[in-house]
Design a protein around this ligand. Sequence first.
Ligand SMILES: C[S@@+](CC[C@H](N)C(=O)[O-])C[C@H]1O[C@@H](n2cnc3c(N)ncnc32)[C@H](O)[C@@H]1O
Length: 293
Amino acid sequence: MARHVSVLPAEVIELLDPRPGQVFVDGTLGAGGHARLIAERVGPTGRVIALDHDPAMIVLAGQNLAGLPVTAHHAGFDQLREVLDSLQIAEVDGVLADLGICSDQLDDPARGFTFQNDGPLDMRLDPTRGVPASRLVATLPERELADLIYRFGEERHSRRIARRIVERRERAPITTTAELADLVRSCVPRGRERIDPATRTFQAMRIAVNEELTALDMFLKLLPACIKLGGRAAVISFHSLEDRAVKQAFRDRAVWRPLTKKPVTAGEDETRDNPRARSAKLRVAERIAGGDP
Ligand SMILES: C[S@@+](CC[C@H](N)C(=O)[O-])C[C@H]1O[C@@H](n2cnc3c(N)ncnc32)[C@H](O)[C@@H]1O
């Protein structure tokens, strides 16, 4: 059973407005919550093409989607064009991307995303490729470590953390989530905010390991050529770096008509039941022109 609870479900469906017979892409299948809602709307004559980097999520979502018109592909959303070409589909009626990771991935200590429980310092969304966070921590020069923690974690103490990582790795490698979290806590003051001082460094490492912002930029660039005129794109982001990129892309009035002037956020009822929804920001736009590859 999946533990992940989809964010902003009613808002996504209202703004994407899937109709019977239409073809949609869910670029981040996850536990399949949004894909299920879209599939129920497009019905048996429609289709949902779902992508996920993580083979484990494809298996998990499969259990949630039996009997629905959803086909899952092990691919990054930056490979959307290749997936559509392989299915001989030129354009679809709408695309959703719900960025980041699922609760099921976060809660599994073996994946290395969380510092709540100790586990290997991995953080790869797709464990079949790329390099784990432990390798970045072991090999990047101090300056590069500091830059990535500053840029992707918006962490003011990035230089101090990078220096401590380098000092520590000269004695012994940092291979677990608890080791990295303790190291960050030992050199970053807790401050007045309630969040754990390791949160920003973990966010930065995850973004770097999975090249998340590069993938998002590529996806936003290829979207117009994959969506029909009048079709819609919806992106849910969880931190300011992602939201900034989405806002910027949808600002291109030669291609998009924004359907959300400000990002849509979760109401009190939803955030009470699903704390993850607190930082979710949904932006939706309709393709009105452009789209030449
Ligand atoms: C927040 S979850 C999606 C949850 C889903 N909307 C639901 O309702 O269950 C994000 C999912 O996207 C996947 N993912 C993240 N970045 C990706 C990328 N660049 N390409 C494909 N999948 C990605 C993650 O593996 C994760 O399963």
